[in-house]
Design a protein around this ligand. Structure first.
Ligand code: C5P
Length: 227
């Protein structure tokens, strides 16, 4: 089946407090965006890429895209709106596999991307990369004390990519948007329709670059992966 990649890259990344959207910060002699796209391209060179970018993006350059087949779509107010813009614009068929990957995760390995793509192709409810929670989890009170400890058994961190059959994902996100639900990943929209996306154990170094410290971490991770 044809495989599509949606990369939402229309966020501002305000938590980075940088002079530009975080996907254009330098990493390993490139930009974060170029590093992320290189990993995806190494895994799935034949995939068709849909890149969600802000209309006012002054930093993007087409030379940063290694894919031969790709299109640009406008971002939306929230991440899910950006992904929906992509789903509405791309000429995909019901059963095509669609992988969504955060531009802010440049350390994903091609092996993990391929494992996820294969799980997504074999599950009607799709699949996501994830990792089991290692820390003890606290529920906070509004004033920042411990209200209680949440059992961590069975708790996973949701990573990306997440992959689904095109029709299933589009209906789930259309419904979430129409109902005003704010979903922060694709799997939760599918779950809201009763779906059970498959958890695929992914590498722990699939970091989401969010805070200023994360750039040094991502640099170290990429260097260690090259060894
Ligand atoms: O800010 P955060 O890292 O949570 O955003 C997750 C992903 O969604 C990023 O890749 C970001 O560029 C993207 N995004 C988007 N459109 C928005 C908000 C975020 O494409 N309106």
């Amino acid at each position: 089946v044809p495989v599509w990649l949606i990369v939402p890259a229309a966020g501002q990344g305000r938590r980075m407090s940088a002079d530009r959207p975080k996907q254009y910060l330098p990493l390993a002699g490139e930009t974060i965006l170029a590093c992320t796209l290189a990993r995806l391209h190494a895994a799935l060179p034949e995939a068709k890429l849909v890149l969600c970018l802000d209309d006012d993006d002054a930093w993007f350059a087409p030379g940063q895209v290694p894919f031969t087949r790709w299109q640009r779509v406008a971002g939306g107010a929230e991440r899910m709106d950006s992904v929906l813009n992509a789903l509405r614009a791309m000429p995909a068929n019901e059963h095509d596999v669609v992988l969504v990957h955060d531009v802010a995760r440049p350390c994903v390995t091609p092996q993990d991307v391929r494992a996820l793509a294969s799980a997504a192709a074999n599950n009607a409810d799709g699949a996501l990369l994830a990792m089991p929670v290692a820390d003890t989890m606290k529920r906070a009170t509004s004033d920042g004390s411990c209200a209680r400890t949440e059992p961590r058994e069975g708790l996973w961190h949701a990573l990306t990519p997440q992959g689904f059959p095109y029709g299933r994902l589009r209906r789930a996100l259309e419904k979430a948007q129409a109902s005003g639900a704010r979903v922060t990943d694709e799997a939760s929209a599918v779950e809201a329709l009763g779906g059970r996306p498959r958890l695929v154990s992914g590498r722990r170094d699939n970091l989401k670059v969010t805070h200023p410290d994360d750039l040094a971490l991502a640099t170290a991770i990429l260097a260690a992966q090259d060894d």
